[in-house]
Design a protein around this ligand. Structure first.
Ligand code: PSU
Ligand code: MN
Length: 302
C-alpha cells in the first residue's frame, strides 16, 4: 500500500526539477489565526516563499488524501471550513483511512514533507512542553517528530504559553539541534528575547543547509529547529504579553481544557486579550520565517 499523496502541480514540477520547495502547515490556518485573516495570511505566506525563489507546499488532509501543496480553491475551502480536525502524528492515518478533512500540525506536516521529499518547513511557533507538564504530562508530539523526521523547521521559537526551559531540555534530550538565527538567545515567538541561551547559532543559510546534509550523512534521524526572532518592529515585549498569558492559563484551567484543545484555546485567549495586536506580530514573524525557510531551501537545492 502506498500513501494517498497528492502533490499540487506547482510542487510536483518543482520537486521533479530539483527546485527548492518549502512546506507549510495548515493548523495555523484553521486553528491558529482567525477568519478571514487566516486565508489572506496563508496566501501571503505562499507568495513570500515564491518571491524568495521556492515553491510553497501547504499540507492538509482533504477527502482522505494527503495534499502537499494546495491549489488556490482548496486553500480557500480549508480556511473557510468549520470543525476541521487538528491532525498530529497520532491522528494522521485514521483521518486518511476514513476519508476525513483535517489540518496538519508541525508533527504531521513534517511527516508529509518527508514523504514528498521536502526538506524545509516554515511555521510560526512549534508545540512544546506545557507549563505544569510535570503533572499534566502535556508535551507536544512536535518534539518527538523533530527527534525522528529529517526536516529543517523554521520557527520564531516557542510561545511563552509553554514552559520554555523545559521545552529546551526536552529538545536536547531528543538530540534536536536548536539553532538561533543570527542570535545567541532563544526567541520567544512574540518577543525577540527569552532570557535563555540558544544552544547553537548560525548566521548563514548555506551553513544551515550544510548541517542538514551532514545529519543525513551521519545517518542521524530527526530534524533541525531554526529559531528566527520576530522582526523588531513587530515585537511585543515579554512583560507586556505576560499578563495576557497568565490570564489565558487561568481560564484554561477553570474551563478544564485538555488535550489538543489546549494550544488553540490559549492562542485565542491571548489574541483576544491583546485586541488583535498579537495577531499582527504573529503574521509578521510567520512571513519572516517563510522568507528564511525559502533561503535555506534555495541553499539546499544548490
Ligand atoms: N504554536 C503556535 N501556533 C500554532 C501552533 C503552535 O504558535 O498554530 C499549532 C501548530 O500546528 C503546532 C500545534 O504544531 O499547534 C501544537 O499543538 P499541540 O500543542 O496540541 O501539540
Ligand atoms: Mn498537548
Amino acid at each position: 500500500m502506498t500513501p494517498p499523496l497528492t502533490l499540487s502541480a506547482e510542487v510536483a514540477a518543482a520537486l521533479a526539477a530539483g527546485r527548492p520547495v518549502v512546506a507549510l502547515e495548515s493548523t495555523i490556518v484553521t486553528h491558529g489565526l482567525p477568519a478571514p485573516r487566516n486565508l489572506t495570511v496563508a496566501r501571503e505566506a505562499e507568495a513570500t516563499i515564491r518571491a524568495a525563489g521556492a515553491a510553497p507546499a501547504t499540507v492538509a488532509v482533504m477527502g482522505g488524501r494527503l495534499h502537499v501543496g494546495l491549489e488556490a480553491e482548496a486553500l480557500a475551502a480549508l480556511a473557510a471550513a468549520r470543525d476541521v480536525w487538528k491532525l498530529s502524528r497520532a491522528d494522521l492515518a485514521v483521518a486518511l483511512a476514513t476519508g476525513r478533512t483535517g489540518a496538519t500540525t508541525v508533527a504531521a506536516t513534517m511527516i508529509a514533507a518527508r514523504l514528498a521529499g521536502i526538506s524545509v518547513f516554515a511555521t510560526g511557533g512549534i508545540g512544546g512542553v506545557h507549563r505544569g507538564a510535570e503533572t499534566s504530562f502535556d508535551i507536544s508530539a512536535d518534539l518527538e517528530e523533530l527527534a525522528q523526521t529529517q526536516v529543517t523547521v523554521v520557527c520564531a521559537g516557542a510561545k511563552a504559553i509553554l514552559d520554555l526551559p523545559k521545552t529546551l531540555e526536552a529538545l536536547e534530550t531528543r538530540g534536536v539541534p536548536v539553532i538561533g538565527w543570527r542570535t545567541e538567545e532563544l526567541p520567544a515567538f512574540w518577543s525577540r528575547r527569552s532570557g535563555l541561551a540558544a544552544p547553537l547559532r548560525l548566521d548563514d543559510a548555506s551553513e544551515i543547509a550544510a548541517a542538514h546534509r551532514m545529519r543525513a550523512a551521519l545517518g542521524l534521524p530527526g530534524g533541525q529547529l531554526v529559531c528566527n526572532p520576530v522582526p523588531a518592529a513587530a515585537e511585543i515585549s515579554a512583560e507586556e504579553i505576560g499578563a495576557a498569558i497568565a490570564a489565558a492559563l487561568r481560564e484554561a484551567e477553570e474551563a478544564g481544557v485538555s488535550g489538543k484543545a489546549v494550544t488553540p484555546f490559549l492562542l485565542a485567549r491571548v489574541l483576544a486579550a491583546t485586541e488583535g495586536r498579537s495577531l499582527e506580530t504573529n503574521v509578521a514573524l510567520y512571513l519572516n520565517n517563510c522568507r528564511l525557510a525559502a533561503e535555506i531551501a534555495v541553499a539546499l537545492s544548490r
